[in-house]
Design a protein around this ligand. Sequence first.
Ligand SMILES: Cc1cc2nc3c(=O)[nH]c(=O)nc-3n(C[C@H](O)[C@H](O)[C@H](O)COP(=O)(O)OP(=O)(O)OC[C@H]3O[C@@H](n4cnc5c(N)ncnc54)[C@H](O)[C@@H]3O)c2cc1C
Length: 255
Amino acid sequence: MSAPLACALEALLGAGEPAPPPPLDAAAQQALLDRFHPDHRTDHKRPLRVGANAGLLVDGELADCLEGRPRLPDGFVPGRPEATCDVLVLGGGGAGVCAALAARDAGADTLLASKLRIGDSNTIMAEGGMQAAIGDGDDPGRHFADALAGGHFANDRPLLRALVEAAPATAQWLGELGVRWDRDAAGRPRLRRGAATSRPRLLACADYTGLEIMRVLAAELEAAAIPTLAYHPVVELLTDGEGRVTGAVLIDLHD
Ligand SMILES: Cc1cc2nc3c(=O)[nH]c(=O)nc-3n(C[C@H](O)[C@H](O)[C@H](O)COP(=O)(O)OP(=O)(O)OC[C@H]3O[C@@H](n4cnc5c(N)ncnc54)[C@H](O)[C@@H]3O)c2cc1C
């Protein structure tokens, strides 16, 4: 660098590190948060008018969404559905497709509707792997304890229990359907360590685990000939007035 340029840069940047900002006491910190932090500013908040959280001060845009008018078309008559079924599954990710397959296996007349294409989901983005306590020295109880600690003991315990107890059979089921788990030299599913796990219990398919699971589930759904409605997001749930959901209003994104 030429000497004049170096001098000019030094003059611009100043010599050495800038002085750190002075420490703030609690009151000054609060004032700064109140002025700039979206969770603390009150100028764009308002209380919710309806629903279980009525009165809660929330972001205005969120309140507008929650209080939005239903998108039902003129002349809509909930008593005359366009389709009926025993089980309506909403969402075409891993959970929804598994639910549809289970409902079909139980003999239910099943319909699956999803916002976009079947498989457009978070499921296809999961890379790391799926945990199942199938390794030597491992069991669902240990999986439960690890996940509970990893979840800072805030987990929904019955849900967590269902998850860890079902995981080994689910992993086996997915393998039988055709999910190509990574394998060790002996041909057994290769288990890796995941965060906060005391045993290796992460089953993976290279770095596209969810995509591979969804590939197989979507093929299974198609083979089962379960009726599907792609590009049909649900916009309203219908109830029987006593809290039981009896149907849904879907929007056809094509028209
Ligand atoms: C980047 C990333 C990495 C991850 N990595 C891992 C991992 O390594 N291991 C792991 O265990 N988990 C991982 N997860 C979490 C895991 O992917 C999700 O917990 C799991 O896929 C959720 O499955 P799901 O079927 O419940 O939801 P989704 O897969 O999100 O499926 C929801 C479906 O519902 C549809 N839908 C949404 N709104 C509507 C509507 N109004 N009407 C109709 N349909 C609707 C969506 O289009 C979608 O098809 C990861 C998630 C992400 C995003």
